[in-house]
Design a protein around this ligand. Structure first.
Ligand SMILES: NC(=O)c1ccc[n+]([C@@H]2O[C@H](COP(=O)([O-])OP(=O)(O)OC[C@H]3O[C@@H](n4cnc5c(N)ncnc54)[C@H](O)[C@@H]3O)[C@@H](O)[C@H]2O)c1
Length: 264
């Protein structure tokens, strides 16, 4: 039980990666706030997790919702020890084509929403005086120049550097701030963004030649939210089958693959 008696807020946890994180936290002994803009699905998920979970509807892009979320979470569960900024949306849109309205919606949810939640969670953690853990779900799309990842990639790159900034600013209060960059996972967002061509490209580019599972992201979140990671802060943990590490990949055959030219 790595998170015994901790209270965790996981945004966007009605389904997908967030749900897997909420389930893993509950298994590790935490009490979890399942919060999502889809209140009915959040209720269902919290009900399925059981007594360790409560559902609170909130849209992270709406400051009133976010304030009410942290007030209710602290009232209901007494404190807040862990925040996972997981709520996010994506779109595949070329820079040449993206409309300003869509750009702003994606930045508002993925980046501004995470900042607002972190600000309110950190204020509570500081007032409690017992430190805390913040984990941000970023993306490979914020680390590499992927076609069509315009607003999505920019929002995740912004959240990745905000992770470092918050790690520095909150360190004196005993709050660690880290990020997880998942490789591709076939959730609803994944299905919405990944054409068959995208899936083929990922299989070629990822050394492990497969998509990840939500549970593999949840395992990393448990680590970063637990005291096992007490000296880890400002770090992005890639859980991506080797995607970021990969360079030249081809089936090298020493018998056949000779250099074109050798120096004498
Ligand atoms: N699936 C992937 O391949 C992948 C890869 C890298 C990063 N991510 C990131 O992981 C996170 C989770 O994505 P997922 O793949 O599980 O997607 P998903 O669509 O299955 O789940 C996202 C959840 O967030 C909720 N949500 C969306 N906007 C919200 C808002 N404004 N306020 C509150 N809740 C909101 C949705 O209702 C949904 O329940 C996202 O931040 C996403 O960018 C996903």
């Amino acid at each position: 039980m790595k998170l015994q008696d901790k209270v965790a807020v996981v945004t966007g946890s009605a389904r997908g990666i967030g749900r897997a994180i909420a389930e893993a936290f509950a298994r590790e002994g935490a009490r979890v706030v399942v919060t999502d803009r889809d209140g009915d699905e959040a209720d269902r998920t919290a009900g399925e997790i059981g007594a360790a979970a409560v559902a609170i509807r909130a849209d992270v892009a709406n400051p009133q919702d976010v304030r009410a979320l942290f007030d209710r979470a602290a009232e209901t569960l007494g404190r807040i020890d862990i925040l996972v900024n997981n709520a996010g949306i994506g779109a595949t849109r070329l820079v040449l084509d993206i409309e300003l309205e869509e750009w702003e919606r994606i930045i508002r949810i993925n980046l501004t929403g995470a900042m607002l939640c972190s600000q309110l969670a950190a204020r509570r953690m500081i007032a409690q005086g017992t430190g805390g853990k913040i984990v941000n779900i970023v993306s490979l799309s914020g680390q590499k120049g992927g076609v069509g990842r315009s607003a999505y990639g920019a929002s995740k790159a912004g959240l990745e550097v905000l992770t470092k900034i918050m790690a520095v600013e909150f360190a004196e209060h005993g709050i660690t701030v880290n990020a997880i960059a998942p490789g591709p996972i076939m959730t609803e967002t994944g299905k919405g963004m990944h054409t068959p061509e995208t899936v083929d490209a990922y299989h070629r580019l990822i050394p492990q030649r497969r998509y990840g599972e939500p549970a593999e992201i949840a395992a990393a979140a448990v680590f970063l939210a637990s005291d096992d990671a007490s000296y880890v802060t400002g770090h992005t943990l890639n859980v991506d089958g080797g995607f970021l590490a990969a360079g030249l990949m081809f089936p090298f055959d020493p018998a056949k693959d000779k250099p074109i030219r050798t120096s004498s």
